[in-house]
Design a protein around this ligand. Structure first.
Ligand SMILES: [Fe+2]
Length: 279
């Protein structure tokens, strides 16, 4: 029997407001997150871990993190989170004091070992700014962390995409020092995936020779405006999360990402009847 794959559910951009408040006066992000938690709990087989790739809160305030914790309480899966531009390092540190961050202050980077896999969670947030940047200590830590093994595959998670999406108002607030990240990624072939958030929509490209994806959100999506046709806008599109499965195998094994829609849909229905014939 081949070993069981490691399954990582990635959710992103929860934007939890204080109870009763809507994001942008329109989106009930708390109800959307409740539906996301229910979908994660119901998913079979159970993911081994949930990674929340930033923008857990919205303003941010401690009241929002307290509410987030209440909304997370029904989640039956372990989870880890990294900050986005709508988060506060200090408030997240107080809200989740049990987390083993790499540094006692500053960036909330973490390395998580899970099965034969390393997850490297990078804090790309810049206090008070919408764009992302990996500070010098984080880059040094990333280099040292990746250099600590040449054999274990690693998945990198960070909030800000280190690449352009073609959505102009998001591209001006992506990861500013993507070139510095690229130099490190190219030095370490064990990096198998770069998984980001921030844009609230499923996006796929290559970065420094590695597949790189953006995870959709459980609430609203950034409008797919690829020609500056409209003011920066959002659209309530079908919500979803990403499920990254890592299969052990030759060299670094393989990673496959599925997009999982959140909601109730017709099915599953069998293709074949009891006689084995197609229905
Ligand atoms: Fe963001």
């Amino acid at each position: 029997m081949p070993p069981k794959p490691v399954r990582i559910a990635q959710i992103s951009d929860l934007h939890i407001k204080p109870p009763g408040q809507l994001a942008y006066g329109r989106v009930d992000t708390a109800r959307a997150f409740e539906r996301c938690v229910a979908a994660l709990n119901e998913f079979a087989p159970r993911p081994d871990l949930v990674v929340i790739s930033g923008d857990l809160a919205d303003t941010p305030t401690m009241e929002e993190y307290d509410y987030l914790k209440r909304l997370l309480a029904p989640l039956t899966l372990p989870f880890v989170g990294i900050p986005g531009n709508h988060d506060s390092r200090e408030l997240m540190r107080s809200a989740f004091p049990e987390v083993a961050y790499a540094f006692p202050s500053g960036a909330l980077n973490q390395r998580v070992e899970i099965g034969g896999l390393d997850l490297v969670l990078l804090d790309s947030s810049v206090h008070g700014k919408p764009h992302g940047e990996l500070d010098a200590l984080s880059l040094q830590w990333l280099e040292a962390t990746l250099a600590s093994s040449t054999e274990r595959p690693a998945l990198l998670f960070l909030h800000h995409p280190p690449f352009k999406t073609g959505i102009w108002h998001m591209d001006r607030q992506n990861l500013r020092n993507a070139d510095e990240l690229a130099v490190i990624v190219r030095r370490h072939p064990r990096v198998q995936l770069i998984a980001a958030g921030h844009v609230h929509r499923a996006t796929l490209t290559m970065f420094a020779g590695v597949p790189a994806a953006i995870c959709p959100a459980p609430n609203h999506a950034v409008d797919l405006d690829l020609e500056q046709l409209r003011e920066p806008s959002f659209k309530v599109e079908p919500p979803a999360f990403h499920l990254h499965s890592w299969f052990a195998g030759e060299r670094f094994g393989s990673v496959v990402t599925h997009q999982v829609p959140i909601g109730t849909f017709d099915g599953p229905h069998p293709f074949f009847g009891p006689d084995g014939k197609l229905l």
